[in-house]
Design a protein around this ligand. Structure first.
Ligand SMILES: [Ca+2]
Length: 218
């Protein structure tokens, strides 16, 4: 091939290459990271068998107080729980807990919770999942937990309890990530199940929770 033709061919190849590499790449849709084992995920089973127990799972419904969710703000209101609209996974809200006290002042914890006391799935394995975003969380951190009581609302000691605390570190600053915890077997005396989204003892910073589900397989 004559040199001129070869140079021309090279220029064409380079130009076409540049045209394609210059194209804007489309951003993939938002997918939260997950820290649960996909093989353990009930969502991988037939979805028609999966029963979801919670109400207002995307934290979008509010009629005065936030529908179905209640909160605890610590012994001295050091935890501030709000219905947040600045960050969310499902539009346009999430559940926020914030604590700015100095750590020496904090001798309690703060949480969002929801209690279910009808159609308790005796003998089933429950899976609680939440997508969590944290900012400057310092201390024991964040946890999610499931408790079962032999009363229709949580009272005294839980009959059964399962938590991410001590199993999964949720602290620091991290964008939306899915966390999960399993309660293996609901005993026959259980009359209520309560889920908790917690900013733990001795913890400052901010946590946001969204798309919270409690499921079992029928
Ligand atoms: Ca939401």
């Amino acid at each position: 091939m004559p040199l001129k033709k070869l140079i021309l061919l090279l220029i064409i190849i380079l130009t076409v290459g540049l045209m394609f590499s210059g194209c804007a790449k489309e951003e993939p849709p938002f997918t939260p990271e997950t820290e649960s084992n996909p093989e353990d995920d009930p969502a991988n089973d037939d979805p028609s068998n999966i029963i979801q127990m919670l109400n207002n799972i995307n934290a979008e419904n509010e009629s005065g107080p936030l529908d179905f969710w209640w909160n605890y703000s610590g012994n001295s209101n050091e935890y501030i729980s709000t219905w947040a609209s600045n960050y969310y996974v499902s539009s346009n809200h999430s559940l926020k807990i914030n604590c700015i006290s100095s750590i020496s002042d904090i001798n309690s914890l703060g949480f969002w919770a929801q209690t279910i006391n009808s159609n308790i799935p005796i003998g089933k394995q429950l899976t609680l999942k939440a997508i969590i975003k944290i900012e400057n969380v310092i201390g024991d951190g964040v946890s999610i937990a499931i408790r079962g009581d032999d009363t229709t609302f949580p009272s005294d000691m839980a009959e059964v309890f399962s938590t991410t605390e001590g199993q999964v570190n949720i602290n620091g600053t991290k964008d939306w990530t899915e966390y999960g915890v399993v309660l293996d077997n609901v005993p026959s005396n259980i009359k209520s199940i309560t889920v908790y989204l917690i900013l733990l003892y001795n913890t400052t910073g901010t946590a946001y929770f969204d798309d919270i589900t409690l499921t079992y397989i029928e």
